[in-house]
Write a protein that binds this ligand. Structure first.
Ligand code: ZN
Ligand code: ZN
Length: 120
């Protein structure tokens, strides 16, 4: 499953205004932001079970290392060891203490997934 998605980044006027306020000289040009980036479906799926993130497959952040995986895989990782009090990161082996139910959602990934869903 290596589908490529093309995404156009629209910089909000706020970003431009904020940028300008840091500019001392008026004639200095704004940096050239990319207007198009390519996101592969790999970026928007759980890299453990290889299923796309969605409302039902929510990406969670392992707070100790910052890696994301879906809730189902977090649960499976936790239940690898009986009564374990940590989640073992499948990518870097860092242990995040606590229960998978306490992990924060990766809202950035969820927003991208929702926006792509709106277009399709
Ligand atoms: Zn998963
Ligand atoms: Zn990790």
């Amino acid at each position: 499953m290596m589908e490529l998605l093309s995404a156009r980044i629209v910089w909000g006027e706020d970003d431009v205004a904020r940028n300008n306020s840091f500019d001392e000289s008026d004639d200095e040009q704004l940096p050239n932001f990319p207007t198009e980036i390519v996101i592969s479906s790999e970026d928007l799926e759980c890299n453990v079970c290889f299923l796309p993130y969605s409302d039902r497959r929510v990406p969670l952040v392992l707070t100790k290392c910052g890696h994301s995986l879906c809730k189902k895989c977090c649960k499976a990782s936790q239940q690898q060891f009986l009564f374990s009090r940590f989640i073992n990161c499948p990518f870097c082996r860092t242990r995040t203490p606590g229960s998978f139910e306490m992990l924060p959602k990766n809202y950035t990934v969820m927003r991208i997934v929702q926006k792509i869903g709106e277009v399709e």
